[in-house]
Structures are given as C-alpha cells and as structure tokens.
Design a protein around this ligand. Sequence first.
Ligand code: SF4
Ligand code: FES
Length: 253
Amino acid sequence: MVTLKIDEMPVRVPEGSTLLQAAQKLGIWIPTLCHHEALTPTGGCRLCVVEIKRDTTSQVVSSCVYKAEEGLEVQTATEKIRGIRRCIIELLLAEAPGAKVLQDLARDLGVKPVKRFSPRGELCIACGRCVRACSEIVGVSAIGFAKRGYEKLAVSPFYERAENCIGCGTCAEVCPTGAIRLTDIAEGETAYAADGTTIQGPARIIENWKVALKLKTCKECGEAFAPENQLAYFSNKAGLPENYYDVCRHCRT
Ligand code: SF4
Ligand code: FES
C-alpha cells in the first residue's frame, strides 16, 4: 500500500494504482476520454492531467497512467491544470463539434465555443478505445489507425472491408463520442454496405469498418439476436457444440 495526498486529502491505495484510481477513491472528479477501466491505459488524450509536487518541483502528468507514490502531493484542479484541460477540449471540440461528450465537458470546464480551428467532419477523436477493445477484449484486432496528428482516425485496414470484424459492436459500446455507425436491419430490408455490397436483413451494418454481416435468427422465438460471425467466433473459442447458438439466450433459459 502507498499513502499520498490528493487535494490535501490523504488516501491509501494498493501499490501500482494510478493517480486517477486514487482520486476516484476519494470521490474527486478528473475528466477522462481515452481512459476506459476495462482497457489498458495509454495516456493519449491528456485530459486527465494533474499536477504533482515533489520537494520544490512540480510536474504535470496524466493521472490515468501515472502510478501513485508514497508521500506524493497531487493537485487535480489548479489554474494551470484547468487551463490545459480547457485547451484540450477546445481543440477536440473544434475537430468534432457534434460530439455530445465534448459539448458536456466544454460546459463543465467552462470552454467557450471558438472558431480558430476547422472541424474535420468526423466524430472520431482518435482516443483508441475501439482499437484497444477490439484487440484486448474481443481479440480479433479488426481495426486500427490511419494517418497521424490532426488527421488520425480509427479505420478499417487500408480503408477496405475489415475482414476480421465479427460485428460484436464492442467498439461502438466503448466509443465516447458515438463515432461508430452501427445499424441493425430487420428481415425483409436491404442495406448497402460501405464497400458497395448489398445484404438482406436481418443484418448488422458497421459503416466505419465497411462490414455488413448476417444476424442469426433464434429457432424458438424468431428474433435476430447476434451476428453469425460473432457466434461462430465464440463457439470456436469456447469449444461449444455446433447447435449451441440455434436459440437465443432468452429461449435457452
Ligand atoms: S471511433 Fe470512437 S473509440 Fe474509436 S478512436 Fe474514434 S472516438 Fe475513439
Ligand atoms: S484519460 Fe488519461 S490521458 Fe486520456
């Protein structure tokens, strides 16, 4: 265990905990974007910055990756920190002004709308949560990043159909900005995938990754409940019988 002070309050946390976890234990709010508790932290967006003090020096660090140290003094809301966070949100909001999470953070942090940067027309802020979830949670690594800096975006490999995508939707689940366009179409409907192919419902379309995948229909209730590729992937991984997913989970119990 290590003991440190955050905003003058002492807190004791297990060794290896991050400053963000220590602050959360005290109920202190630190804004985050690229961080997700189920994923490896990368310290990419820098929104979670805090100021640490050791002897006479101070340093700005990302609290989602910086580990708690014995005797450390941490300030989470100094004027300098608030200024950095405002600037980050201002930049991100300029890139993706339609992202509700950014609008809310802008309001909470007192960021005024500015016109000094031009919007990119995308909701993706390249936080990497979808890419990490696809690799770390699902294990298929179907997507990645293209370009760098201001133009960096999560995309399918070579902007083609993401061949490894099983359509599970975990990417859309963890995306903070709602940038991933996932639609399920019903039986009798036709959809056009972003790669130009057509598919009959029931199916799942994920525009960003250019995939259109058939949904499995439950033999009992007739409801389309999950992409066939996802079920095949899970069955294979878990060594389930071939007919295990013939019925949905509601009809199985
Ligand atoms: S699509 Fe969403 S989760 Fe993926 S990098 Fe962009 S903002 Fe992050
Ligand atoms: S939330 Fe810590 S760097 Fe993004």
